[in-house]
Design a protein around this ligand. Structure first.
Ligand code: 4NP
Length: 160
């Protein structure tokens, strides 16, 4: 039975949020929660809609054991706020955009910040790696592994 639906959101949905989706799916599977908690991702812009994740992110994530397979799509406010329990943004702009798209106070309360679930790193956003190199992509993956670990604990503690 599905108990929680999570939507990870960044700008283009080709770097950070598809990686968040893959890292979280991997951690949920390890914890045996993958049938109860499902993950998807989307972008606030539709510029890359229909495209695979950035090939660099696919490569660096694969080397850590995560397959980034999702296809980019734009956030669909009319249905995503009905369908998902948590819409999790990567940076201030994503969160601002999601809160603007939310139609009610209840929908605004479903908007979360990815780095709020970090337990080791002290970052307040997941930096956009698009114009960076390997170091920027690896930092995103480090932060996502930390945040997804915290998010699994949060959900497993009864917030699901
Ligand atoms: P993402 O990275 O938001 O993590 O998917 C970006 C992807 C594309 C662009 C910017 C950021 N872009 O400007 O096209």
């Amino acid at each position: 039975m599905i108990e929680k639906r999570l939507l990870f959101v960044c700008l283009g949905n080709i770097c950070r949020s598809p990686a968040a989706e893959a890292v979280m799916a991997g951690k949920l599977k390890k914890r045996g929660l993958d049938r109860r908690i499902i993950c998807d991702s989307a972008g606030t812009i539709g510029f890359h809609s229909g495209a695979q994740a950035d090939i660099r992110m696919q490569k660096y994530a694969r080397s850590r054991g995560y397959e980034v397979t999702s296809i980019s799509r734009k956030v669909k406010p009319a249905t995503d706020f009905d369908h998902f329990d948590m819409l999790i943004g990567m940076d201030d702009q994503n969160i601002k955009d999601l809160k603007t798209l939310a139609r009610t106070e209840d929908e605004k309360k479903r908007v979360f910040r990815m780095t709020d679930f970090c337990t080791s790193f002290k970052y307040n956003h997941i930096p956009d790696p698009y114009y960076g190199g390997q170091a920027e992509f690896e930092l995103v993956l480090d932060l996502l592994e930390d945040a997804c670990g915290g998010l699994v604990e949060y959900l497993d503690k009864g917030n699901k």
